[in-house]
Design a protein. Structure first.
Length: 278
C-alpha cells in the first residue's frame, strides 16, 4: 500500500481535531445553541460529556496514528515479509484492562452527579417540601397545575389550584421540584437547555428537580414518540426572578377566578374572595 493511503488515513484524525477546536468559533459547539447549560446540573452533565469526548478523541487519534505508522512502515519496506502471529496474551490483557479501567473511572466519576439528580435523599430539602407544580403530559400538550398562593401542592387537585397549558413559569435561582405524570401513553419531559430529561409513565408520579441559573424562555418538548401529533407537543418554560414569578401567580389567580364584577370569586371551600386590583 502506497504512501498516498498513509496520508489519507492521517487526514481524518487531523481533520477531527481541527474541527473540534474550530467548532466553538463558528457556532457549532455542543450541545445546544452554542450556549452554556441553563442549570447547575446541566453544567456538570456538560463537563462529563466533554470528558468522555476527550477520552474517545484520544483513543481515535491513537488508533489512527498506529494505523498510519503501520502503513508508512510497510510502504517504505516493501521487501520485508509480514509476520503472522496467533494470539498474544499481553496485548489481549492490555486492550481488555485499559477500556475496563476507563469505564470504571467514568462510573465512579459520575456517581455524585447521578445521585444528585436521581436519588430522592439528595434532592434539595426546600424543593421537596414545597413542589412547584404538577406536570401532566397528554397527547399532545403539557398541562401544569400550581397550588394556590401560600399553599402547598396536594396529590389531588384542589378547588383553588391554578392551571396553564404549554407554559410553565419557574423562579430563577432556587431549586424547584415538579411532579411528572402521564395521562395516556409514555411521554418524555425534555428541557434541552437545562439538560433535563425524564420519561413520564402512565400510572406513576415521578419527581423531577432542577435549578435554573439563567432567566429566559426555554423549549420543553416530548422526546418519546407518542402518536401522530408528537412533533407538535411543545411548551415554553419561562425562568424569571422571584418577584416576577409571584406577580405571575397573582395575575393567573385573577384570570382564573375573576367573576366579572371586579372580585376574585370564592372557591368551593367557601373562602372569602378578595377585591381584585385594578
Amino acid at each position: 500500500m502506497g504512501k498516498g493511503w498513509c496520508l489519507f488515513f492521517l487526514f481524518w484524525p487531523v481533520a477531527a481535531v481541527v474541527s473540534c477546536a474550530a467548532a466553538p468559533l463558528i457556532g457549532w459547539s455542543f450541545p445546544y445553541d452554542n450556549a452554556q447549560a441553563a442549570s447547575n446540573l446541566g453544567i456538570r452533565i456538560d463537563n462529563l460529556f466533554y470528558l468522555i469526548l476527550a477520552i474517545t478523541a484520544a483513543v481515535f487519534i491513537g488508533t489512527q496514528a498506529v494505523l498510519v505508522y503501520a502503513l508508512w512502515h510497510g510502504a517504505n519496506n516493501r521487501d520485508e515479509r509480514a509476520h503472522h502471529t496467533h494470539g498474544n496474551h499481553k496485548l489481549e490483557l492490555i486492550w481488555s484492562v485499559i477500556p475496563g479501567a476507563i469505564l470504571l473511572f467514568l462510573a465512579i466519576y459520575q456517581m455524585n452527579l447521578w445521585a444528585d439528580f436521581r436519588f430522592k435523599n439528595h434532592y434539595p430539602e426546600a424543593a421537596v417540601k414545597a413542589p412547584l407544580a404538577e406536570v401532566t403530559a397528554r397527547q399532545f400538550e403539557w398541562r401544569f397545575r400550581y397550588p394556590a398562593i401560600g399553599k402547598k401542592l396536594q396529590p389531588k387537585p384542589q378547588p383553588d389550584d391554578l392551571y396553564t397549558v404549554n407554559e410553565l413559569h419557574v423562579p430563577f435561582g432556587r431549586p424547584v421540584l415538579i411532579q411528572l405524570r402521564s395521562e395516556d401513553v409514555q411521554h418524555s419531559f425534555f428541557l434541552p437547555a437545562l439538560r433535563i430529561k425524564q420519561d413520564a409513565l402512565p400510572g406513576l408520579q415521578i419527581p423531577v428537580w432542577f435549578e435554573a441559573n439563567k432567566p429566559g424562555v426555554y423549549d420543553l418538548v416530548c422526546a418519546e414518540l407518542c402518536g401522530w401529533g408528537h412533533y407538535k407537543m411543545k411548551a415554553h418554560v419561562i425562568v424569571e426572578p422571584e418577584e416576577e414569578y409571584q406577580a405571575y401567580l397573582k395575575n393567573l389567580t385573577q384570570q382564573q377566578f375573576y367573576d366579572g364584577l371586579g372580585n376574585i370569586a370564592a372557591n368551593e371551600n367557601g373562602s372569602e374572595s378578595e377585591a381584585a386590583e385594578k
